[in-house]
Design a protein around this ligand. Structure first.
Ligand code: DQA
Length: 146
């Protein structure tokens, strides 16, 4: 049975590549998707990759992962710092979750230092650029092989 890892991206991440490149780099969301797919293939994992600017859509995808996906890699974007609803959806889904941020949120404005998601995540990866997604998928592969 092939394990599915769901990679979810929140608001404004469709703008990667042109959005604040000094903070987020020059790679696009398509580059992130390709990196995730290649990493998944190397481990025999199936990657589902999604991005939305609509919070309810993200919540629906989290619910649909319940009992279906082996792991969730999520970059909730700004909802990290605002959304109890996304935290509650992840708690309800009961799928092991890794939180990823491209930038090091702790080096940035104080409002980015708190995450509603971290309390329901297995771990948090931030500041590694888009390589953070690869690290997250590698970690799930490691857990699933163990
Ligand atoms: C981000 C960090 C958030 O604070 C910000 O709102 C984003 C992107 C990151 O990947 O570094 O949209 O999640």
């Amino acid at each position: 049975m092939t394990h599915i890892v769901l990679v979810l991206n929140g608001p404004n991440l469709n703008m990667l590549g042109t959005r604040e490149p000094a903070t987020y780099g020059h790679e696009t969301l398509a580059d992130v998707a390709q990196l995730c797919r290649h990493t998944g293939e190397a481990h025999g994992l199936q990657i589902e990759f999604q991005q939305t600017n609509h919070e309810g859509q993200l919540i629906d995808w989290i619910h649909q992962a319940r009992g279906r996906c082996a792991g969730i890699v999520i970059n909730p974007g700004a909802w990290t710092h605002t959304s109890v609803a996304i935290r509650d959806a992840l708690a309800a889904a009961e799928v092991p979750t890794l939180e990823v941020h491209i930038s090091n949120v702790h080096k940035r404005e104080a409002f980015r230092h708190h995450s509603y998601v971290s309390g329901v995540a297995v771990g948090v990866i931030c500041g590694l650029g888009i390589n953070g997604y690869r690290v997250a998928i590698d970690h799930f592969a490691h857990l699933l092989e163990a």
